[in-house]
Design a protein around this ligand. Sequence first.
Ligand code: GCB
Length: 604
Amino acid sequence: CSFANVLYPVESESRELRTLHGLWNFKISPPSDQSIGFDNKWYSVRFETLGDYWKMPVPSSYNDVTVNSTIRDYVGWSWYQYEFYVPKRWSDDQLNVFVRFGSVHFKSIVWLNGQLCVDHEGGHLPFIGDASRLLKYGEYNLIVVAVNNTLRPDTIPQAFTTFPNNSYKYPKGYRIYSHNFDYFDYSGINRAVQLYTTPKVYVCDITILTSFGNNSEGVVDYKVDICGKNESGCNITLLDANRNVVAQSNACSGQLIIPNAIPWWPFMSGKQYIAYLYTFQVKTDNENSDYYRMKIGIRTLQWTTKELLLNNEPVYLRGFGKHEDSIIRGRGYDDVLSSRDYYLIKWLGANSFRTSHYPYAEETLQQADEEGIMVIVEAAACSLSIFGPNLLKFHKRMMTENVNRDKNHPSVIMWSIANEPQNQLNSSISYFRELYQHVRLMDPSRPITFVNSQQIQNAKAIQYMDILTLNRYSGWYSDSGHLEIIQYQMYNELVAFTTQFEKPILITEYGAGSLSGLHSLPETMWSEDFHVTMLQENFKTFDSLIANNIPLLGEMIWNFADFKTPQEYIRPGLCVKGLFTRERQPKMAAYVVKERYNKFTSNS
Ligand code: GCB
């Protein structure tokens, strides 16, 4: 299967879809014998016959489901298996049957009925295997997935395995596995597993680019890729929200013109604008037609040295960084949690978030399209500290998969190719320049950045990015407890960055940790009171920057909700910088942010 072949699976007249969700069998290889599953062919054996296995819900991260700390902290090969029926009618030689994984963290090998189907390396992004010839139709089938969550210096994100040579402190062969990012590296089959059929000649990719003509007509430039042996034509139909046909074409690539098009607008408190979506419908023009439908929004995006413009109007981002994180499920995608998060985002009056620090589930972006929430999609490249050709190759492949997956979402307004890399290193300069060019070639329509945390004199690679970003913890990590210095520091630094690089800047992280329910007057670090004042000091800074025409594109708080971290003595098992607790209940800070974000009356 090619990587282009990752269109979100849908049902239609020509396609059937079923999810393989439920309780799978789960085994881990003992840390001392990582090859046991391969040696003993676990990919073709029912675990019931082997014993020593768990039941594991899919989708979910395996770490927090059981009460076993070995599973929670496991790094290595784990094995999943599931049995399912497929209907006889799918054996039709006019059909393909694909198996699709929304995300498996990190490396995976998939077998169907004991035969290799597909492998993939890289979490947070989908991959597909051709199951047609491997399935037994009208019978039981066995799917086995071997998952390895070991990260390396040449993967994104990076991690490092060492065996310390210190027999006084560590026994022989003791492994230390470490990484520089602070979130818990939830692993396993984190997103949907789906089986779906298509006709042999089928729609396998769609690329959409939208604009407006001189008379405000909507312009949709499109390209449909058809896979399968025979060439086929396309019947394209664009439907409005009431399913009325507004444009049609008989070419697989071309342009649709929509008179009086309704633009896609982000959520704006107090405005009537809506995130209007059309349905782009493809029917292949051959004997056994394939039908595929996808929602699209018509909007433009531009950036200058001062502004980010959506439909020609300046946008001011008010949002936060998030994590895919919740109790028990870990990073497992969950409609319930995702819906709750969108209700909270709306309640706050926010209009945007960053998918820190990896690409989020496709369903999350679909909801952002519907709700009018702007999204900065970030690669899983958090805290890169060593740069080399193998890492660059891996990173480029991940960006290709990511852009390909998310290129058609109106909600996606920017690519963040990394978070807090060590860009003071000279080796990062050519690295980011090349990576930027790679993404730019794939997508001419969105600004590209990486999120910078270096001081201005050390921020070497950001000159190649379209937009400046800054993570700053004045009063928290620096000058801890000194709320009085925040305005001075933040103002000066933001002015310095925008002046030196002549580009607009976005605050991508600032904030403080607070333990829900802890109060202290006057404010002390970790109290909710301190959290509130810290945010307010930053708000004052942003207001004076705006008043003085410093090109500030927006403000994003770290973080939307508390999230799990590895065990360490500076945090109580969680990063508690959330506006909401991990259970998605508001802290005091959330009310202050709600007041501010809802007050914005500008177009964004
Ligand atoms: C950062 C990182 C983020 C951390 C945050 C913190 O700069 O980008 O991943 O969670 O600081 O709270 O330490």
